[in-house]
Design a protein around this ligand. Structure first.
Ligand code: SF4
Ligand code: SF4
Length: 64
């Protein structure tokens, strides 16, 4: 699964406009968040983030 490291994210919006599945949305506070229910783990957002703020993490069944 992919998630956005908010400490690295500059909220530029590149990931959101490049996600083929529109699974990245901007929240009211300006932060961008990946909706894991829609995300297909295609990896496009990670390739398109200019700030390397999108991290791939192995699925972990023990913690949410
Ligand atoms: S991995 Fe693909 S589907 Fe998931 S948020 Fe990134 S671009 Fe969208
Ligand atoms: S492309 Fe990267 S820096 Fe830009 S909003 Fe997305 S995660 Fe944040």
């Amino acid at each position: 699964m992919f998630f956005i490291d908010q400490s690295l994210c500059t909220q530029c919006g590149e990931c959101s406009s490049n996600c083929p599945f529109e699974s990245i949305s901007e929240h009211e506070d300006g932060s961008f968040v990946i909706d894991a229910k829609i995300c297909t783990d295609c990896g496009e957002c990670q390739l398109n983030c200019p700030f390397d703020a999108i991290i791939e993490k192995e699925e972990n069944k023990e913690s949410a």
